[in-house]
Design a protein. Structure first.
Length: 116
């Protein structure tokens, strides 16, 4: 994506595909996220297939708010973005976040021999 395309879409390669209006100071803007959910809006662009990201409801766990968004084509693409504690992760080791690598399926996972 060149600079002109980034300017038009508001997408930056360092915000995991989230559009700038949903990120403030490297963290998810809670009010904007809830507004997007209420109005059935998209929150970004899928890093794998280029479709839109749909926000999930924020999850409150042990005083921490976690945010997730999934590709609109979840069945075909499977991309999922996570922002633990509202922090937007810059780089991820998750297989689904790496370009060109499809998510592992159970049929391709390593199996371990069973001892008799």
């Amino acid at each position: 994506m060149n600079a002109t395309q980034q300017a038009l879409t508001g997408d930056t390669p360092h915000d995991a595909g989230l559009w700038p209006r949903y990120v403030t100071g490297g963290a998810i803007d809670h009010a904007q996220w809830l507004r997007a959910r209420a109005e059935s809006q998209f929150v970004g662009t899928c890093r794998r297939c280029g479709d839109y990201l749909v926000p999930d409801p924020p999850a409150e766990l042990a005083g921490r708010t976690d945010y997730t968004a999934r590709c609109r084509r979840a069945e075909e693409c499977g991309y999922e973005l996570a922002a633990p504690g509202g922090r937007v992760m810059r780089h991820s080791g998750r297989r689904s976040d790496q370009p060109g690598k499809p998510p592992k399926t159970k049929s391709t996972d390593a199996t371990f021999p069973v001892r008799p």
